[in-house]
Write a protein that binds this ligand. Structure first.
Ligand SMILES: [Zn+2]
Length: 233
């Protein structure tokens, strides 16, 4: 069983989320997207845990900048996409689409998701029904196309849409508020109620289930590639 603890990084600037992943069976700990070292170290000290792995979704600085310090402090291994080998500094373990990586007894399947970058990966813990989407999928929006084409982003989003509705997803940034205006209908009303309550309590808006996101995220609601591509013209 996997416990997921969000840590807000670069608060008030880029509002990144790093995530502490604790495998409850073995006590094995990983950090996903170590945005900056300080808040992650504080949380590890508070919980008296030492991460063994530093997992990455993609190479952007606001997702990897804490890696070096955490690696030095904890002796943790840096894990990321083989395609990012030359761009994620100190990468120890490189993974490809379909690979399985274990945090203790918790198994993640790697899903390649080009679009925001080429080489972006999603971390999907199948048994735990947990998905880390980095800068591919946010609550109510998607990541910008820095390196990939609209077609590549579309393909990545279709992979996410094919996953079960009861999977909870954890995005790389707290951008929910920007997408609230687009919410409509009964599903939108429920979504708004849920995330507004959490945000007003100072908590992350997520996690939201993929079922709810498929109903409310305007980018996931589009059924045709050509309609999707039109958004980027
Ligand atoms: Zn990014």
């Amino acid at each position: 069983m996997l416990e997921v603890i969000p840590i807000l990084c670069r608060a008030g600037q880029m509002d990144n989320y790093a995530y502490l992943l604790v495998d409850k069976n073995t006590g094995t700990v990983a950090v996903l997207d170590a945005s900056e070292a300080e808040p992650i170290i504080e949380e590890c000290e508070r919980k008296k845990i030492r991460p063994q792995f530093l997992l990455n979704t993609h190479h952007h600085f606001d997702h990897v900048e804490g890696n070096a310090e955490l690696k030095a402090l904890f002796g943790a291994k840096i894990v990321g996409a083989a395609k990012d080998k030359s761009r994620i500094e100190g990468l120890d373990i490189s993974l490809n689409d379909g690979d399985v990586f274990k945090i203790g007894d918790s198994e993640a399947r790697i899903i390649s998701a080009d679009g925001h970058t080429i080489g972006h990966i999603l971390w999907y813990f199948v048994q735990d029904k947990v998905l880390f989407t980095g800068d591919t999928l946010f609550n109510l929006s998607i990541g910008g196309l820095f390196e990939g084409t609209p077609e590549q982003m579309w393909n990545s989003l279709q992979k996410i849409k094919q996953l079960p509705d009861d999977v909870l997803f954890y995005p790389g940034h707290e951008y929910t508020a920007y997408g609230m205006n687009a919410l409509e209908g009964e599903a939108g009303r429920k979504y708004a109620e849920k995330v507004q309550k959490r945000l007003s309590e100072g908590k992350p808006a997520g996690p939201i289930s993929l079922g709810e996101e498929k109903e409310c995220n305007p980018y996931l609601k589009i059924d045709k590639l050509q309609d999707f591509c039109r958004l980027f013209n």
